[in-house]
Write a protein that binds this ligand. Structure first.
Ligand code: ZN
Length: 186
C-alpha cells in the first residue's frame, strides 16, 4: 500500500488529463485501482475494478472516500450507517465488476470516434469487451502497448512503446485531429 501511495502520475496520465480539459477526450475507463488519473487531474474516470482510496461496507454497500494516501491501518473501520465492516472498494480476483460502472463505460465508448487502448493485456473480461464491441461497431482502435496483446488485431494503429513515450509522440496529431475541431476520443 505504501508503495502505491508514493506512485506519481506519469507523463501519460498528464497528457490524457490535458486532453480532457481541452474538450477532446470524453473520459477514461481504467482497470487500475491506484487513482493516478484523478491525481493527474482527469475527472471523468470510470474505475472498473474500484479504487484503493475508497472503502465500502461489506453489509450495506455504502461507500466512503478515504482521500488519496489514506489507507486504513490497524483497526478495521466500521460503517456509520449499519456498523458493518468496511473493506477496500476494489474488485478482487473472480469478483464481478459493478454493473453500473460497466454500463457507464459502455455509454462512454458509444460516444467515441476513436478508442485509445493503452497498456492493457485485453485478457480481463468483461473489460476487454469494451474495445471488442467498439471495434465491431466500426470505431477505430489505436493500441499503445510495448507488447502484442489479445486486442492487437482489432487495432487500426499499433504503437509498440510505453504509454508516456507514445502519447508524447502522437500528441500533436491527436490534438489537430480530435481536439481542435472538438471531435472526441475515449
Ligand atoms: Zn453499512
Amino acid at each position: 500500500m505504501s508503495l502505491i501511495a508514493k506512485a506519481k502520475p506519469t507523463l501519460a496520465h498528464m497528457i490524457l488529463s490535458g486532453w480532457e480539459k481541452k474538450g477532446g477526450l470524453i473520459g477514461i475507463v481504467t482497470q487500475n485501482v491506484d487513482g493516478l488519473h484523478q491525481r493527474a487531474g482527469s475527472s471523468n474516470v470510470i474505475e472498473l475494478h474500484g479504487s484503493i482510496w475508497r472503502v465500502r461496507c461489506a453489509s450495506c454497500g455504502r461507500r466512503y472516500n478515504l482521500g488519496f494516501g489514506n489507507v486504513p491501518r490497524e483497526e478495521l473501520p466500521r460503517c456509520n450507517e449499519c456498523g458493518g465492516l468496511l473493506r477496500p472498494d476494489v474488485v478482487w480476483f473472480q469478483e464481478p465488476i459493478p454493473l453500473n460502472q460497466f454500463e457507464r463505460a459502455e455509454r462512454m465508448f458509444s460516444k467515441a470516434l476513436l478508442v485509445l487502448v493503452i497498456g492493457t493485456s485485453g485478457k480481463v473480461m468483461p473489460a476487454a469487451l469494451l474495445p471488442i464491441n467498439a471495434s465491431r461497431e466500426g470505431k477505430s482502435i489505436l493500441e499503445i502497448n510495448p507488447e502484442e496483446t489479445d486486442l492487437s488485431e482489432l487495432a487500426r494503429i499499433r504503437i509498440r512503446e510505453s504509454a508516456s513515450k507514445a502519447l508524447q509522440r502522437i500528441a500533436h496529431l491527436v490534438e489537430e485531429e480530435f481536439i481542435e475541431d472538438r471531435r472526441a476520443v475515449t
